[in-house]
Design a protein around this ligand. Sequence first.
Ligand code: MG
Length: 384
Amino acid sequence: MTEKTVALLVAAGQGSRAGGDVPKQFRNVAGKPVLAHAIDALAAHPAIDSIVIAVGAGQQATARAALGDRRVAAIIEGADSRRGSVSAGLEHIAADGGAARILIHDAARPFLPLAVIDRLLDALEQAPGAIPTLPVTDTLVSHSGEVVDRNALVRVQTPQAFRFDAILAAHRRWDDSREATDDAQMLKAQGTTVMLVAGDERLEKLTYPQDFARAEAQFGAGRSMRVGMGYDVHRLAEKDELWLGGIQIPHDRGLSGHSDADVALHAIVDALLGALAEGDIGSHFPPTDPQWRGAASFRFLEYAAERVAKRDGSIEHVDLTLICEAPKIGPHRDAMRARIAEILQLPIDRVSVKATTTERLGFAGRREGIAAQAVATLSLPALF
Ligand code: MG
């Protein structure tokens, strides 16, 4: 019995209410396609094993372009109705080995907080279905003008979470002559319990042009600044080459270590990973892994910069301090800045290299090793 948790993203709308020529799930908002926001949120959640997308007829290529280098398990063709698209997705997943749990999400709700996924999966421990809801705060009246008791009502959002077999059975049993606007009502029609968990205002659906404008104002400008620090030490030893700050420096000794031991680049890598809160250089490039023996450290730095890009972040500034008695750093400072800027694809004025001695005190003072400290400032989307 599989324990997989799969996300099914319904992106089959031909949607014209939002304006523009492109269906809304492929339009850009807050820096990337609507569809890509939801994919990134789902992919970032540790419990979700794979993602299947259901798109409309003829939308495969557009969907692939909107995904960029994001990986999904499958892009399948949905149907004219939402229910038909979900059914097609469920049958695809069933044929592909099934799942224990499934999250069914509308691509038009791009801003998906991970905490909502947590609440849904927790609720699935107790019921076969769980949906995120919000209270109704406006006064509601019927067309005849009668006030409807809003306390009896909630607004239903997606993703909706189900035990896979339960929702698959509900779809298979559904009377085709009836329409269903969401999956929870299909499960409830079978007499099955669906739990309500707290939704989130950010999950509102993008439907009309003004929804895009509002989302852009709310999420597009919202960036948060992160600062990460890194520190590293390598031993000076009998060695022909000294690599420091991404360049080779003439010196009578070199730094020893598993890679080329470029202590400066290692400190910057840790500063970048620190700002992302994604572990440290050792967890990404274990010294026990033979493939990094003698590796050029610029590859580690390129990797850290890619991690920043993957989070839609940008590096605002890097500040490095080298701590050593020798060699003298001053003559090489600008070459190091240029090389680090080149690796990180930054203007050179965003890279600072400084150096100090320790007044001949300690290991650096005795020329036994070189230490490096780095601080990196990142700008990341402030969505969640
Ligand atoms: Mg190191």
